[in-house]
Design a protein around this ligand. Structure first.
Ligand code: UDP
Length: 314
């Protein structure tokens, strides 16, 4: 079995590559390294079953690509800081890039999985969010480059299924964390852990009453695997995330509790524009159709993650 992973040098992509290799797939990893890092795939580079191609999926695909069986399309900046910085690349990776990979899937009859996002629900008026919720998204603001391009990516999937019967499915990924989450991409998990390890102030944006639900990376990977592997998933959309909801203030306190001997104190900074006030996945559908649910509790996942950052932060 040959799998192509776009964005395979990113946080989620690199864990997916590791997992696919462990399942004895051959893996072709495409990444332009604007937010991915070679370090994430260092242990795979010498593996004969793994091939890394430094390329931008918005440009014509490499002519050397062999016929693959499965395509996982994850390539896109994904943290608010990075997609705001690389807004045009984000828009094109999720639109032009999705179109090109879908076209390749159509011509080569590959299975396809598109990594969409909980951001397509915007600042949700329905809580928790089921897949049937249409969302509350601001089309004209700093997060729109990500939210709207992911939404258009979903529309492209719809068109390729209805017009060409491509075997595609969509996952909507909720906040995910774990080792390799880039320490400088500004997400709450990496920021708080690094700040606590360095004993510098923990920066809560707003009053910290906004909520998120954090999924450990290995749980997410098992959901991605199930969504791609199981039959009868063509045209389906699955929320993948951990439904345990926590306010950002409580999350800060949890990090402070778990990072031993930290001298950090909480400080408050302005809430970014269009920051969703709550987020929690309804995973009933993934549970029913994929027999999937997360198994790693937040505290346990955070302990692993803190351990990983400890070796990197001096
Ligand atoms: N946040 C925070 N301090 C930080 C980074 C983020 O309070 O140093 C907040 C952010 O405003 C948001 C939540 O934590 O409400 C999650 O932010 P993140 O950037 O991780 O991802 P998002 O869920 O917003 O895409």
């Amino acid at each position: 079995m040959i799998s192509l992973v776009s964005g395979g040098a990113g946080f989620i992509g690199s864990h997916l590559c590791d997992f696919l290799i462990s399942q004895e797939h051959q893996v072709i990893c495409l990444d332009n390294l604007i937010t991915g890092h070679l370090e994430n795939i260092r242990s795979l580079l010498e593996n004969p079953a793994f091939q890394f191609i430094n390329t931008d999926i918005t440009q014509p695909l490499p002519t050397s690509l062999p016929k693959v069986d499965w395509i996982f399309h994850l390539a896109s900046p994904a943290s608010p800081n990075t997609y705001i910085k690389y807004s045009f690349q984000t828009i094109f990776a999720n639109t032009q890039g999705t179109y090109q990979l879908l076209e390749y899937a159509r011509q080569n009859q590959c299975k396809f999985l598109f990594a969409s996002t909980s951001e397509i629900y915007g600042s949700p008026l329905v809580h928790p969010q089921p897949e049937s919720y249409w969302g509350n998204v601001h089309s004209y603001g700093p997060r729109a480059c990500y939210d709207e391009s992911k939404r258009l990516g979903e529309s492209l999937i719809y068109e390729f299924i209805s017009k060409f019967n491509v075997d595609a499915r969509i996952i909507r990924i909720f906040n995910t964390y774990g080792p390799r989450l880039n320490e400088s991409d500004g997400r709450v998990v990496s920021n708080f852990i690094v700040q606590a390890l360095k004993s510098i102030p923990i920066s809560i944006y707003g009053d910290g009453s906004q909520t998120r639900s954090f999924c450990y990376i290995s749980d997410l990977i098992s959901g991605i695997w199930a969504a791609m592997r199981l039959p009868k998933t063509q045209g389906e959309i699955f929320n993948l995330g951990n439904p345990t909801e926590i306010s950002i203030k409580n999350f800060a306190q949890l990090v402070l509790k778990l990072v031993e001997n930290t001298q950090s104190k909480i400080i408050f900074k302005p809430l970014p524009i269009d920051d969703p006030i709550c987020r929690k996945p309804d995973i009933a559908k993934a549970n029913r159709q994929l027999n999937w649910e997360p198994s790693c509790a937040l505290e346990k996942g955070l302990i692993h993650t803190i351990q990983w950052y400890k070796s990197r932060v001096s």
